[in-house]
Ligand binder design. Structure first.
Ligand code: PLP
Length: 397
């Protein structure tokens, strides 16, 4: 064995010794409340398929029809010859629906990771400044580093600290980046106040709504057409300094992401963003599936209603468990175990009982806050939630 591979093995062993070794389990069924994994059926609380759409037969049919019409590969990047009619249609639909400002347009990306890289690197550069919540998703941080702007992180939700940093910054261009729903905690950012600060200090506000799009939105009782429109809609925020990003592989059940913003922002991304220009367009069949998905999100608000009823039930039951929950009103409901080994032990105990809840450890979450990141989906039943709570009560004994 060469010295190069031996050194890698040493480092891997060190990580394993810290309880950080990660393992992939092999799924052999559609995503859903019940999965076939490693040859057995398990009840599952670990996906971001919040509305239970990833395995929906109607989306499958739309993808099949799209493949029959357009084939399976786009064959080129959007700016060369890979921009297909279904891509164009879904961009128009998303821009009109989410409408983060007047005169909004939208741009599709193959992944949320690439969308965030595009936004930050196109809007700021060397000498500018990015202000970021400490619990933002890793790809927003990577985007800030790649932009070469100064990278200023503030303690989670501490908008007083953020204002001090904004006030003392001499950067010609400023950008505030935040998750709308924090991916490992489930809490919702103070977007109203963030938008005020962005206005006061003339900054962009980049909102990553990976976990709000499809789930949050205008009150369910209101117009059906607005069900699931995302966190901006829920908070009633509109501004041409907002750059809105949402992923399409979570609640929307398919893949990819989009940015919706003022037409000038979108045109800038189209012309300059390297993670847009230098990559093959996603298969058009996925946009066909997404068109079907958006129609279902709007036509079936009962999915959201059921999801929030499950969350209420869970919060009642979780109060009796020995581990703390976090103040989350979303589908992400972490139980904080603390030490890595504890999180792994409880996750393993659930696995033995046929329940899959992944343990989340550093560096995905801060040291000492390893957790079970429990996520609920409209595909779960009340009985499923009860089973989870019973299994956890057993594991606590
Ligand atoms: C999942 C996620 C992303 C990345 O999106 P992908 O489409 O999976 O690349 C970005 N931001 C947040 C907050 C996420 O949770």
């Amino acid at each position: 064995m060469s010295r190069l591979t031996a050194e890698l093995d040493d480092r891997l062993e060190q990580r394993a010794g810290q309880g950080l070794r990660r393992q992939r389990r092999v799924v052999d069924s559609p995503q859903g409340a019940r999965l076939r994994v490693d040859g057995r059926e398990v009840l599952h609380f670990g996906s971001n398929d919040y509305l239970g759409l990833a395995g929906d037969k109607r989306l499958v049919a739309a993808a099949q029809a799209g493949a029959a019409r357009y084939g399976v590969g786009a064959g080129a990047s959007h700016l060369i010859s890979g921009h297909f009619a279904p891509h164009d249609a879904i961009e128009r639909e998303l821009a009109a629906w989410v409408a983060p400002c007047a005169n909004a347009r939208a741009l599709l990306f193959s992944t949320g990771y690439m969308a965030n890289l595009a936004i930050v690197t196109s809007l700021v550069g060397r000498g500018d400044a990015v202000f970021a919540d400490k619990l933002n998703h890793a790809c927003l941080n990577d985007a800030a580093l790649l932009s070469r702007a100064d990278f200023v992180r503030y303690a989670h939700g501490d908008l007083g600290a953020l204002e001090k940093r904004l006030d003392s910054s001499r950067a010609p261009r400023k950008l505030i980046a935040t998750d709308a729903v924090f991916s490992m905690d489930g809490d919702i950012a103070g977007l109203g106040r963030l938008l005020e600060l962005a206005g006061k200090y003339d900054a962009w506000l980049v909102v990553d709504d990976a976990h709000g799009f499809g789930v949050l939105g205008d009150p369910i009782e209101q117009e059906r057409a607005n069900s699931g429109r995302g966190t901006l809609a829920q908070l009633g925020l509109v501004s041409d300094r907002i750059v809105y990003m949402a992923t399409l592989g979570k609640a929307a059940g398919v893949a990819g992401a989009f940015v919706a913003a003022h037409a000038s922002v979108i045109e800038t991304l189209t012309q300059t963003a390297r993670s847009y220009i230098f990559t093959t367009a996603a298969p058009p069949m996925l946009s066909c599936a997404l068109t079907a998905s958006l129609a279902l999100i709007r036509a079936e608000p009962e999915r959201r209603r059921h999801l929030f009823a499950l969350i209420d039930r869970w919060r009642d039951l979780a109060a009796a468990l020995p581990w703390p929950t976090l103040a989350s009103a979303t589908a992400i409901q972490p139980l904080i175990l603390g030490p890595n080994a504890d999180a792994v032990r409880v996750s393993d105990a659930l696995w033995t009982r046929g329940i899959w809840v992944p343990a989340i450890r550093p560096p995905t979450v801060p040291q000492g806050s390893a957790r079970l990141r429990i996520t609920f989906s409209a595909a779960h039943s009340f009985d499923d939630v009860d089973l989870l709570a019973e299994a956890l009560a057993d594991a606590a004994r």
